[in-house]
Design a protein around this ligand. Structure first.
Ligand code: PRP
Ligand code: GLN
Ligand code: MG
Length: 500
């Protein structure tokens, strides 16, 4: 979201500090990483972030602690562009470090919002990285500012710093937990203090977070296991929903500050966000995606000559679909790997351009064929429209489309931030209207029960769904205080306009 122009409240001129929840921007995820007790902490963090680059491409940052000082380097852009030089890594001295790749859910893509955020507290230095979105951050921010807090960013994550600072508890970890008790929504946090590396996951475990270790026992926290693989680290376990892990020189302590509930991780991590080589909540993302395609093949077979995946994220589902239907699998679309994910480009124009730059038809396997395209999801429909047109231009006789997840009808408020509801194709179009819009002979989506079968369940439990699946169902598992609150929806976070 943007740091918008000033508004005044109807009561009489007071500037309010809220956001526009209906703003039409598409954001994605973030990736977090942390390591404690290693002489190459920052270099390993940079590598970990490189493996997590798919989770956020707007900005990256690392904070390291050398025993005396915290060293911070935060940049707009990709990890490789800023954190691959020896000079930068040498500046980030220390045995412990944390890092972040960002795609904003709250606060513009300005340097002041780039994580890790840092504050000097009464208890010492405190730096934090966050994947997710705090759904009452703006309400909390309003209260904090009224009580005298001076916000330095417009990011939802900053409220955590203020809440820790204002807690009256004597020990740091108690203050940190006090802060967690105040925030709602989704958070996988990695934080660093003078003495501790901390990992925390929200009570439902909406966003992923894993614990790993190097051969010498150095502990690591990361959003996904692919960030462990890149540095040769071993997966130890998930940080569990509602768990806080505290890593010090004395070892790892696990705290459970919340009443125990069953986890409800976000199902969309499996559909699209996580890397297929990651294991998320004990499941291989690749295997799950293949099963989604397999279930789709059962539910919606097709009379076609060839199955063609929409690369990249549609590939495993297309394999599963081809396996189940017996239709040959071919790479009919070749992807240029030097273009970022279209799903997370900031404007519709760039997204449209990105799709064209990104995919090309492989005429050799398309011409004269009846093809069935398999993709993992339709958001606005931009990708589908372009690809279908490309298939016809390359000589396809018939084009069918199958989507390995249910229609996305509801926006996300937990770190993905799909566009406003009216920009979601499935929110405004019936299946037949979507088919017509995309320009295919037939169109089918996986059913909600189908996706749960792919996850290893008989069906979705309607009373207590096993996953957070609000994008498909509108069933939001936490309060959406900022959105639904009685304080109105004012539009401003900061009066300060900054260049990039
Ligand atoms: O309907 P749309 O608004 O076009 O968005 C949906 C598309 O975006 C995603 O892919 P993306 O191109 O972002 O990334 P990928 O290369 O990892 O599949 C998703 O896999 C769909 O293909
Ligand atoms: N996508 C995310 O997880 C973003 C984290 C945080 N809400 C931010 O905007 O910086
Ligand atoms: Mg895709």
């Amino acid at each position: 979201m943007t740091d918008q122009a000033p508004t005044t409240s109807p009561e009489g001129g007071t500037v309010t500090f809220m956001f526009d929840p209906d703003e039409d921007r598409l954001h994605e995820e973030c990736g977090v990483f942390g390591i404690f007790g290693h002489k190459d902490a920052s270099a390993l963090t940079a590598l970990g972030l490189h493996a997590l680059q798919h989770r956020g491409q707007e900005a990256a940052g690392i904070v390291a602690f050398d025993g005396q000082r915290f060293h911070s380097e935060r940049r707009l852009g990709l990890v490789g562009d800023h954190f691959s030089s020896q000079a930068v890594i040498e500046r980030l001295q220390g045995h412990a470090s944390i890092g972040h790749v960002r795609y904003a859910t709250c606060g513009d893509t300005h340097l002041r919002n780039v994580q890790p955020l840092y504050a000097d507290l009464a208890t010492g230095g405190f730096s934090v990285c966050h994947n997710g979105h705090i759904t009452n951050a703006l309400t909390l921010r309003q209260d904090l500012i009224r009580e005298g807090a001076i916000c330095q960013s417009t990011s939802d994550t900053e409220v955590i710093l203020h809440l820790v600072a204002q807690s009256r508890k004597p020990r740091f970890i108690e203050r940190f937990i006090d802060a967690l008790r105040m925030i709602e929504g989704a958070y996988s946090l990695v934080a660093l203090t003078n003495k501790k590396l901390i990992g925390a996951r929200d009570p439902l475990g909406i966003r992923p977070l894993v614990l790993g270790e190097l051969d010498d026992g150095t502990p690591i926290l990361a959003s996904e296991t692919c960030a462990l693989d890149i540095i040769g680290a071993r997966f130890v376990r998930e940080v569990e929903n509602g768990e806080v892990v505290v890593i010090t020189e004395d070892g790892i302590e696990s705290l459970r500050p919340f009443p125990k509930v069953e986890p409800r991780p976000c199902i969309f991590e499996y559909v699209y966000f996580s890397r297929p080589d990651s294991v998320v909540n004990g499941r291989s993302v690749y295997e799950v995606r293949k099963k989604m395609g397999f279930e789709l093949g059962r539910e919606a077979p097709c009379d076609a000559d060839v199955v063609i995946p929409v690369p990249d994220s549609g590939v495993p589902a297309a394999l599963g679909y081809a396996y189940e239907t017996g239709i040959p699998f071919e790479l009919g679309i070749i992807r240029n790997h030097y273009v970022g994910r279209t799903f997370i480009e900031p404007t519709q124009q760039i997204r449209a351009l990105g799709v064209k730059l990104k995919h090309n038809a492989n005429r050799a396997v398309i011409e004269g064929k009846r093809i069935v395209l398999v993709d993992d999801s339709i958001v606005r429909g931009t990708t589908s429209v372009k690809i279908v047109q490309m298939m016809y231009e390359a000589g396809a006789r018939e084009v069918h489309m199958r989507i390995s997840s249910p229609p996305i009808r509801y926006p996300d408020f937990y770190g993905i931030d799909t566009p406003e509801q009216q920009s979601l194709l499935a929110a405004t179009h019936s299946l037949e209207e979507m088919r017509e819009y995309i320009g295919v002979e037939t169109l089918a989506f996986l059913t909600p029960d189908g996706i749960y079968r792919a996850m290893g369940y008989d069906k979705r439990d309607p009373v207590r769904p096993q996953f957070t699946d609000h994008c498909f169902t509108g069933d939001y598992p936490t309060p959406l205080t900022d959105r639904e609150g009685s304080r109105g929806m004012a539009r401003q976070l900061s009066l300060l306009a900054e260049a990039g």
